[in-house]
Design a protein around this ligand. Structure first.
Ligand code: MSP
Length: 602
């Protein structure tokens, strides 16, 4: 049954457009999209808000470093972010930019209101500031003199500031958290927040005077509003606070604010207190997922190890990347990313299990029933058991998604797929096909497989939005693909016998590791060729030299080549093992046409 007139409001953090986004940001946005699609399939009206957090010292500095105005600097990046969300098939209702007029007005109105009621006062801030996190710290909170969150250098600030009376609301917030066990999730994070509040809340510095890139404090233009105070308000602006009362009433309080654990405190402490000061109800849930980690630790631009989701989508397809992201992170835990793990996951879950189930079933229906989905007859106990597994999968997947336990939800779906594959092995349709008297039984088996596939596809549709349509081209099981309902996955036996199955493309081709490695090598070789040719052109034309400043930035070192060999299947590349003092390194160099390996050793 469709639940009408139900409203659901979900948000992601608004990201800093200080740089292009990576798969960590894509994770949150895809996960939120998965919930938005799931709820839409359940018949809810959805407001899904994402956007960009465009003010603050960090953005101003990034722009100055590039010799640009902040606005010009961010416009470019924001347009890339929008394109990224299109590429990932994100179905946000609105994209908010904090530099928009509609937002500035709301922030100024709120600042004024909280000031007028005496919850904001003028004083002087003296303490530490972490620029990458845009966060204030006391001396006591620093770890080895560095930022306790990102471990980077902090700067000492001393400036006149407005302060927000957080301390006044600490008790009320603790009571709220205790009375609403679902408010902060998962549980372990909730306990962290409680302990943090109990250790005492200082009033929060909510304005800055030493830079300009922010929303001016309405009654004192020397100050700009602190970027977090400004940013959190986006969740109100986005649904029409102070401009569209009807829309606002429809969607506030938010159902879920989704984010990673790094910014939970802002959402679970500062934000609710701001809302209390405004006399607004608090969001129903603030959910902090873990981080996507790489082998070398957390992804960050400064480490130079960020993974660009656009490249992955181009290589493996959007459904596969979305699937990987949603599956890889266990509830509230960190998840690891490597391309090998991604390829393994695609090969095992999608190419082997799901892809094979679909292609085997379609092939058998074509071979034994001229492509017409057969009619099921009386079920046996093995069929009943399959049906029960499907029903249980529906219930399980629903519960897990409601809890935002993304990975467990997909694990339920893959269990159904494995069970169906096993059912093929157990029922041996190829043997039934040899006996004309078993034709009805064969039809029942194949119909049951179609039902499992249909149910799995509906359940996976919020994660893999292209899957239903791609699969339907061959299976022809959905009459109205635009309006798949979640509930239809809870019903057994609704595929229509007689519908025509066709041969189609392989939905998830197996990725060949070796081929991939060879391709990487070929690309590298080609790149070396290009660089080499460009260098030759440069020397021939006697073009510009680098300046003395560029030269001063070089770090030149003498190393001993201790081994050297030609790289297989690459005519320009040598692999050099070099020793620099105590350290050894491997270098791939495009000089094979000029040196033999033996000439170089030593
Ligand atoms: N602008 C603030 C948020 C303001 S919300 C009112 C901000 N922006 S951010 O660009 O740094 O984005 C942080 C968020 O990006 C994280 O909370 C998380 O949602 C996502 N992620 C960034 N890196 C991530 C990983 N490595 N792994 C998982 N999520 C990650 O903070």
């Amino acid at each position: 049954m469709m639940q009408k007139n139900k409203n659901f409001y979900i948000t992601t953090p608004i990201y800093y457009p200080s740089d292009n986004l990576h798969i960590g940001h894509a994770y949150t946005t895809v996960a939120a999209d998965c919930i938005a699609r799931f709820k839409r399939m359940q018949g809810y009206n959805i407001f899904y808000l994402t956007g960009t957090d465009e003010h603050g010292q960090k953005i101003e500095k990034a722009a100055i470093d590039k010799n640009m105005t902040p606005q010009a600097y961010i416009d470019d990046i924001v347009s890339n972010i929008r394109k990224l969300w299109d590429t990932l098939l994100i179905t946000h209702t609105d994209f908010i930019r904090t530099t928009e007029q509609r937002h500035q007005e709301v922030v100024q109105e709120i600042f004024q209101q909280v000031y007028d009621q005496g919850d904001i006062y003028l004083s002087e801030y003296e303490g530490w500031y972490c620029l990458p996190c845009e966060t204030f710290f006391t001396e006591r909170q620093l770890v080895n003199g560095k930022c306790p969150d990102c471990e980077r250098e902090v700067q000492l600030l001393k400036e006149e500031s407005y302060f927000f009376k957080m301390s006044k609301y600490a008790h009320r917030l603790l009571d709220h958290i205790n009375e609403h066990p679902d408010f902060i999730q998962p549980e372990s994070r909730r306990n962290e927040v409680i302990n943090f509040i109990k250790s005492g809340l200082d009033d929060l510095c909510v304005s800055r005077t030493t830079f300009k890139w922010g929303i001016p404090v309405p009654f004192n233009e020397k100050h700009v509003v602190y970027v977090w105070f400004d940013a959190l308000i986006n969740y109100l602006t986005g649904i029409g606070y102070a401009s569209d009362q009807q829309l606002f009433n429809k969607y506030w309080p938010a159902d879920v604010h989704l984010m990673a654990k790094d910014i939970l405190r802002f959402h679970a402490i500062i934000w609710p207190i701001m809302l209390m000061a405004l006399n607004l109800p608090l969001p129903k849930k603030v959910f902090a997922h873990g981080w996507i980690m790489l082998e070398g630790g957390k992804m960050s631009k400064s480490k130079g190890n960020v993974i660009d989701p656009r490249i992955l989508v181009e290589k493996y397809g959007v459904d596969a990347i979305r699937y990987y992201l949603v599956k890889e992170m266990s509830f509230g835990q960190d998840g690891m990313y490597s391309e090998d793990m991604l390829v393994n996951r695609i090969n095992s879950d999608l190419a082997n299990d799901l892809g094979n189930l679909i292609s085997r079933t379609a092939a058998m229906i074509m071979k034994y029933f001229n492509g017409q989905i057969p009619k099921p007859l009386k079920p046996g106990s093995i069929d009943e058991e399959l049906k029960e597994t499907a029903e249980k999968t529906f219930q399980d997947a629903t519960v897990k998604l409601e809890k935002l336990d993304f990975s467990a939800y997909l694990i339920s779906c893959t269990r159904l797929i494995s069970r169906a594959n096993k059912y093929i092995d157990e029922t041996e349709p190829w043997r039934l096909a040899k006996d004309e008297k078993q034709k009805d039984r064969l039809g029942t088996v194949l119909y049951n497989l179609i039902e499992c596939i249909r149910i799995a596809i509906v359940l996976m549709a919020p994660t893999m939005p292209l899957l239903p349509e791609r699969a339907n081209k061959q299976l022809n099981i959905f009459d109205n693909i635009q309006e798949l309902t979640w509930q239809s996955a809870g019903e057994w036996g609704i595929s229509t016998p007689g519908n025509q199955v066709k041969k189609g493309e392989i939905l998830f081709p197996r990725i060949d590791f070796q081929q991939m490695e060879e391709k990487k090598l070929a690309d590298l070789n080609e790149q070396v060729n290009k660089t080499h040719n460009a260098a030759v052109d440069q020397t021939t034309n006697e073009k510009e030299y680098i300046s003395i400043d560029d030269f001063a930035r070089l770090d030149l070192r003498v190393a001993e080549i201790i081994s050297c060999e030609k790289m297989e299947k690459a005519d320009k590349l040598l692999i050099l093992r070099v020793k620099i003092g105590e350290e050894e390194r491997t270098i791939v160099s495009g000089i094979a046409q000029h040196y033999n390996p033996e000439q170089l050793i030593g």
